[in-house]
Design a protein around this ligand. Sequence first.
Ligand code: ATP
Ligand code: MG
Ligand code: MG
Length: 350
Amino acid sequence: GATIGILGGGQLGRMLSVAASRLGFKTCIFEPGGDCPASHVANYHFQASYDDTDALRKFGEAVDVITYEFENIPASALDQLEAICEVRPNRRALTVSQDRLTEKNFLQEVGLKVAPFMAVDTLEDMHKAVAEIGTPSILKTCRLGYDGKGQARLREESDAEQAFASMNGAAAVLEGFVDFSCEISVIGARAADGQVACFDPGENVHRHGILHTTTVPASVPASVRTDAVLIAARILNALDYVGVLGVELFVTPDGLIVNEIAPRVHNSGHWTQNGCVIDQFEQHIRAVAGWPLGDGSRHADVVMENLIGADMDRVADLSADPAVALHLYGKADAKAGRKMGHINRIQPRS
Ligand code: ATP
Ligand code: MG
Ligand code: MG
């Protein structure tokens, strides 16, 4: 059978490996860390850094297609791998979503709404941006931010200098604060032949910048759910995308505003593991392997909850709850803020 190469060895890589193996594929991960969640389930593990050109070449030659579980793959590694083996989703999907500024410009170009934003590279830019966008607002690093890290909130204009200083000179973007009624996300998929399918939008609640729960169905009108799915499809088609994509949206009285996109399987799509016959991980593997997409229609109501840090103390109780499906990542060290697993609490579809 074919071998699927996965860049990154975290929990997303682990769950992609499981899905691939269920379809008869072998998986090979590329991950600098040793004892990582995906290494426990993948068939092969290239443990090397992204500037190890020899390891990258051997990895590229050992696999039939390459995908990834995180978007911050260095450009040089991508250059090298692309020359040896097909990378799915494609380079444009990666480069667009590696940088918040590029991403927002792209989203606007394809006709989607984003929060008001301005690039901030210097303190002078910062003052201009605050004058233009006002407060409340959020300054975010363009690159490498996740789980609300690399962000500073401005309540009033006088917060500008401190917020700017907290970026440590990294390129940033100031965003107007969106007064949303709720947050939803869509997990969309596109096959190599252009077939598109989206999972039902989920409603997301964050705590301290980290996703806490995703609930399906989202408590928004059917028209909003349809809009959300159409937005995801537009992004997938515009990028000639192959694989699964996560789209985070703010629901406002003036319609949906795109917060950000992720060119990979997404935490807010974990509910699909117990709410659909074909989940986001299998859908992604199908797409990158050149298969048709599966049927991702929802057969249950689900609340997905992340297990973070000390939440692991609840596992014994949760394991005795018949309505709960447990998904643990095999991480040894339950540090504060660390995603250790998640649960899907299931009910018959309402
Ligand atoms: P992720 O782990 O999802 O990649 P991230 O670090 O990229 O997180 P964002 O998704 O940009 O961060 O922001 C985290 C959360 O902060 C959002 O889900 C939302 O709740 C809030 N937030 C971000 N930007 C805005 C905004 N412009 N207006 C209002 N709330 C916002
Ligand atoms: Mg993000
Ligand atoms: Mg986000």
